[in-house]
Design a protein. Sequence first.
Length: 267
Amino acid sequence: MSMVTITDKEFAKFQRFIHEEAGITLSTAKKPLVCGRLGKRLNQHQFTSYTEYFDFLKSGRSPAEVQIAIDLLTTNETYFFREPKHFDLLRQLASAHRTSQPFRVWSAASSSGEEAYSIAMVLQDCVQNGAWEITGSDISTRVLERARTGHYPMERAQHIPHSYLKRFCLRGTGAHQGTLLVERNLRSRVQFLQVNLNESLPALGMFDVIFLRNVMIYFNGETKQQIVARVLSLLKPGGYFCIGHSESLNGISNEVMPLAPSIYRKP
């Protein structure tokens, strides 16, 4: 299997492609990533250049291949209970929830599902009447399929509290040694949907808490403003908004007020 190199001109075409499809801005530092991820597709189709592959994507002959390319260029690695302060906040809010209305949380860039299932474990543990709902969404159909299975390598689980691990996860044996499976009842309560945050949003309802973490790093300033405005339109007044620790809403939105680093509240 030979690795075809990507020229600057070809890389610029894929930068435009992923910006048009998903609003994502790829820096030139991402050139090796593009090469590494799309190189396999060139081999699969026996293309001899990235231009051939790009022309195939733009020809309209294979919408499925366009989705595969989007999936490959937008997927990021995640793990359970990433950024623990957000889960401490969630625990407090869920424990204080007393109304018969379900406590609703949206994991707006749920990737392969670890964030959504971490939220589900907290809500199942802390919402006293069991009235809660979680929506996980992502642009990538491939990671959403993986999320629905709830099956993960054990190394992703090192931050799951031990009591939750025992209560909500099954340890793989035999051929599945070194993996865990989120138990079926919890899996059945998390809804995963394909949503492109760069387009008008489907009718998802209003949420008490929204997680939009480690997503804005992929977008330019104007796109960030548009995406955050869209997402915040589904946050209830008094609701909480969590972003990644390396991110900030400075100059992006004043619709929510900062409470702590990466945690905001809608007045």
